[in-house]
Design a protein around this ligand. Structure first.
Ligand code: HEC
Length: 154
């Protein structure tokens, strides 16, 4: 038993040599979703608190991401989240893609799938009240309409 514990400890120590890269990629602030649509401050801060750690180039890495394998888990969510949707690069998407992403945003909020529950367990500030959910859903729908009406049908 003692040998197993020692071996486990050694493995944990070795893992700490493989730290994650916490640098955020550079980005053009003018392509940011909240900036482009001049999102009202209150809604903007809800979106920032609930979505931006995983869906923007402004991720904040908490201290425990210095501990592996926790950091790998968090980094993985951020990489995957940004691959699907990056609010910092929103303006570079085609109007069609923008509208589609917003549709997914309100659908996933409606279903309670975003923000991820593994995130809200720790980040209590990201837990959306029913009122905030409703607010975000109607906001994303409004912006989707604006984008659709601005872009010519193809
Ligand atoms: C802890 C990280 C995390 C947070 C916080 C988070 N997401 Fe996600 N999101 C992910 C990951 C990972 C995926 C991809 C895998 C999946 O669908 O579960 C994803 C997928 C999505 C997708 C799907 C895009 C596609 O192309 O399929 C949308 C839309 C989305 N998130 C919107 C949001 C919104 C809106 C918020 C805030 C209310 C939010 N997410 C908060 C990690 C996160």
């Amino acid at each position: 038993m003692k040998k197993v514990l020692v071996a486990l400890l050694v493995v944990l120590v070795i893992l700490q040599f493989f730290q994650i890269d916490k640098t955020n990629p550079e980005f053009d602030a003018n392509q940011d979703f909240l900036k482009i649509h001049e999102t009202p401050t209150e809604i903007a801060s809800t979106i920032k608190a609930a979505c931006y750690d995983c869906h923007s180039n402004q991720s904040v890495y908490p201290w425990y991401t210095n501990i592996q394998p926790v950091g790998w888990f968090v980094k993985n969510h951020i990489e995957e989240g940004k691959e699907h949707l990056n609010f910092s690069e929103f303006g570079t998407y085609t109007p069609k893609k923008q509208a589609h992403k917003l549709e997914e945003c309100y659908e996933l909020i409606e279903k309670g799938e975003m923000p991820l529950s593994s995130y809200t367990i720790i980040h209590k500030e990201a837990v959306l009240t029913e009122a905030q959910q409703a607010e975000l859903i109607s906001y994303f729908k409004d912006v989707e309409k604006v984008i659709n009406s601005n872009s010519s049908p193809d």
